[in-house]
Design a protein around this ligand. Structure first.
Ligand code: AGP
Length: 369
């Protein structure tokens, strides 16, 4: 096992650090920037299904569901296809309206999650076209779907999903970009801008990982917290949910993720000098609005830890701590902003003496209902 950890103390840390490579492996051979195209067999062979779809329904659980939420923003914003994102466990039991004009995308790292598998079977019976985004090759979900795309993240051993999340987002981004191009929503130059930017992401993730020492310092300040709030807007709202889930599952600290603007509809009542609030405040995407949310937290004496774009000065003046990530296109920011939040959860869990790779009560794949 020590050899498998490759010199890292835990699989989770190894997998966090594998992300630049994993993202590259995910788009390698698919993203052909010099030829100005994206090649994905699972879509190429069923293009009409996607182009004629009334809507896309995404089903998943846990972290994969969070990747689905990011995909909702990506598909709607870039490809202008309506998307619904559902917890597989709710979807399968609520007698949903599904037709043969629907495309269902099931997202699952393991490809074995029982509720996701059951949702797929139900959607197939009702005539939907079902596409799988899985990591484990030959898994049940990979076999049960009509077509799909593997994430190629390599084995993920840590129960807390990390590289699976960023590679799922990478696959879903490739899909949305391809469909945007095929639908004529994107010009060739806009398409090209996205492809070339996507190619810079592995190096930018590498850069984001350089904040590790700073994050360790921040983790040490907040490791004894009993509650934490995570806020983000737009593309980074699902990242806030994912940040909170990571902290909960490995450090056993109660954490909640919220869209930043929802704070004033309830959670703001929780804020006092004991409450750390992690805010994703990157330059693109409702930046000024997030800044005013930060001011609201500050006036209630909450502790502010902000994830900002490199060179940011405005948030730095307000926040107790800032962690920088490189600049990128708004729709690609989740691939970067999620990195410091993974590292933060990791360090807090280690400092609290928790079993990082195998947290209590959790299994890597949930094969029971
Ligand atoms: C993630 O950190 C969790 N351990 C969990 O939420 C997981 O993402 C969920 O069980 C879904 O698993 P899957 O992707 O293998 O279907």
């Amino acid at each position: 096992e020590e050899i498998e950890k490759g010199g890292y103390d835990h699989f989770m840390l190894k997998e966090i650090y594998e992300q630049p490579r994993a993202i590259l492996d995910t788009y390698r051979g698919r993203l052909l920037a010099d030829q100005g195209l994206i090649r994905m067999a699972g879509i190429d062979e069923h293009l009409e299904k996607f182009l004629n779809a009334n809507r896309i329904i995404i089903v998943a659980c846990g972290t994969s569901w969070h990747a689905g939420l990011v995909a909702e923003y990506i598909f709607e914003d870039l490809a202008r296809i309506p998307v619904e994102v559902e917890y597989a466990s709710e979807f399968r039991y609520r007698n949903p309206v599904i037709t043969d004009k629907d495309v269902l995308i099931a997202i699952s790292q393991s490809g074995e999650t029982a509720d996701t598998l059951a949702a797929i079977k139900m959607a197939k019976e009702k005539g939907a076209f079902v596409f799988g985004v899985c990591n484990v090759v030959g898994s049940s979900i990979a076999r049960e779907t009509h077509a799909g795309a593997y994430t190629h993240a390599g084995p993920e051993i840590g129960v807390a999903s990390t590289k699976a999340f960023t590679t799922q987002i990478t696959v879903l981004t490739l899909m949305a970009l391809k469909l945007a191009k095929e639908k004529g929503v994107f010009s060739q130059s806009k398409f090209h801008e996205f492809l070339t930017e996507l190619e810079t992401i592995p190096a930018k993730v590498e850069k984001a990982l350089e904040s590790n020492a700073l994050i360790e310092v921040i983790a040490n300040v907040y490791k004894d917290s009993t509650n934490c709030l995570y806020l983000g807007r737009g593309y980074n709202f699902p990242v806030a949910l994912e940040g909170a889930l990571k902290l909960k599952e490995i450090s056993y600290i109660h954490a909640e993720g919220y869209p930043a603007a929802e704070m004033k509809h309830g959670p703001i009542a929780l804020i006092d000098e004991q409450m750390p609030v992690f805010v994703i405040a990157t330059k693109k995407g409702h930046y000024e609005k997030v800044v005013s949310n930060i001011q609201e937290i500050k006036s209630r004496k909450g502790k502010i830890i902000a994830i900002v774009t490199e060179g940011d000065t405005q948030v730095r003046e307000l926040a107790d701590h800032v962690v920088e990530v490189p600049e990128t296109l708004e729709s690609l920011t989740p691939l970067l902003t999620t990195i410091p939040l993974q590292l933060l959860s990791y360090h807090i869990a280690v400092m609290r003496g928790c079993n990082v790779d195998q947290p209590r009560n959790l299994a890597k794949s949930v094969t029971v209902e």
